[in-house]
Design a protein around this ligand. Structure first.
Ligand SMILES: O=C(O)CCC(=O)C(=O)O
Length: 376
């Protein structure tokens, strides 16, 4: 694919408006009336518009264009899916704005995270019902995003297409890199402008674009400290606390150092998203709905540890430490103070941190001490 972006042709979307508020065309290069008012403005791309963020970008060096991984799915337009996807139940997320920030229901514990409000709601429906709502959707209504594993409930034509994916190529990559088993294939059907905010997964991912255009912004695992992930016990575990639309640099000062790697995927393109790599995924504005399929692979067995440790191994280590300490303390609010006592003045110079960074080390200084017996 040609990932060339039209540089410096930003169009100021003006102030943040109520969801769904539209702008009138703002000149020949401006967004059409179909593009809603966007905080920070938009950047023109040959297929649509992309949101403008506060950090610089470089192109992703490799996008796989010749894998034929999901070639049979390139005919999966909505009409085809309507006919052939079967009468199973599908998970559909609703969000009041463009962001679909994942949360783990199993970690939703109102004693531990009392002020947590799920940012989106989830419904289960037949595909035909989803399509009626999807097609009738109007600006200002909650946005929709279907995200569901491809499973046995699909009809014969989809099953045949699925079996004709390029499994041979996948298996060769899996073998070569000693990956574990394929864990799932999610199908994503979303509205133009939908955003999956920046997060990382603990699995290898081949992300295949089927219909429409998706912008993916990647950050390497060593960006961990600039993206301030939520604690592991939090429902937003693996998600960044930095809101790309309204970054709070006071609380998250290192976010100023972010530098993304971006690409726009077209139908047939495949992006490899290695485990622990942060990714933000955005359906281009003004470019129609999008359909994608991912291929999540578990890690293979641990082979020899190489030093210096790779950044992804350090992230895995941080997660394990956090889990062990949280479990041992029985109270997540004690985790910050414990690590602070361990490191500050001993491994970290106190005067090397600014006042606001010191404050953010101990995120829960004044919270009560809920009796939490087990943390998942
Ligand atoms: O396509 C999307 O919106 C999100 C995809 C994603 O985050 C993933 O496959 O890991």
């Amino acid at each position: 694919m040609d990932g060339t972006l039209v540089e410096d042709e930003s169009v100021d979307g003006g102030d943040v408006g109520p969801p769904g508020l539209r702008v009138d065309p703002v000149g020949a290069d401006g967004p059409s009336a179909d593009v809603p008012l966007v905080p920070g403005g938009v950047i023109r791309h040959k297929h649509g518009y992309m949101r403008r963020y506060f950090f610089p970008m470089e192109p992703v060096p490799v996008i796989l264009t010749d894998t034929n991984l999901v070639k049979p799915a390139l005919s999966w337009n909505l009409e085809y899916l309507e006919k052939n996807l079967g009468d199973g139940d599908f998970s559909v997320f609703y969000s009041k704005d463009h962001k679909f920030k994942y949360y783990d229901q199993a970690k939703y514990n109102d004693k531990v995270v009392p002020d947590f409000t799920p940012p989106m709601s989830q419904a289960t429906m037949k595909f035909s019902e989803f399509l009626v709502k999807f097609r009738q959707w109007k600006h200002g209504q909650p946005r929709m995003y279907l995200q569901h594993p491809l499973n046995d409930s699909v009809g014969k034509a989809i099953k045949d297409d699925f079996l004709a994916f390029n499994w041979k190529w996948l298996e060769s990559v899996q073998k070569e890199h000693n990956w574990g088993n394929l864990s799932s294939n999610l199908i994503y059907i979303g509205m133009e402008g939908n955003v999956t905010p920046v997060h990382y997964d603990e699995q290898e991912n081949f992300f295949a674009q089927v219909e429409g255009f998706k912008r993916c912004i990647l950050f390497p695992p060593e960006t961990f400290e600039c993206l301030y992930p939520y604690p592991v016990f939090h429902p937003h575990d693996r998600q960044s606390q930095v809101d790309f639309d309204k970054p709070d640099f006071e609380s998250f000062p290192k976010a100023r150092h972010l530098r993304g790697f971006e690409c726009v995927l077209e139908p047939g393109d495949v992006l490899y998203i290695p485990k622990y790599w942060w990714h933000h995924v955005e359906s281009l504005l003004g470019a129609g709905h999008t359909t994608s399929i991912n291929f999540w692979y578990k890690s293979g067995p641990l082979t020899q540890v190489e030093y210096p440790l790779k950044p992804q191994r350090k992230v895995a280590m941080i997660r394990n430490l956090e889990k062990v300490v949280t479990e041992a303390l029985g109270n997540p609010f004690e985790v910050g103070p414990l690590f602070e006592a361990l490191a500050l003045g001993r491994y970290i110079k106190v005067n090397a941190l600014s006042h606001s960074e010191l404050g953010s080390l101990n995120r829960y200084p004044s919270k009560p001490n809920p009796q939490v017996s087990t943390i998942e």
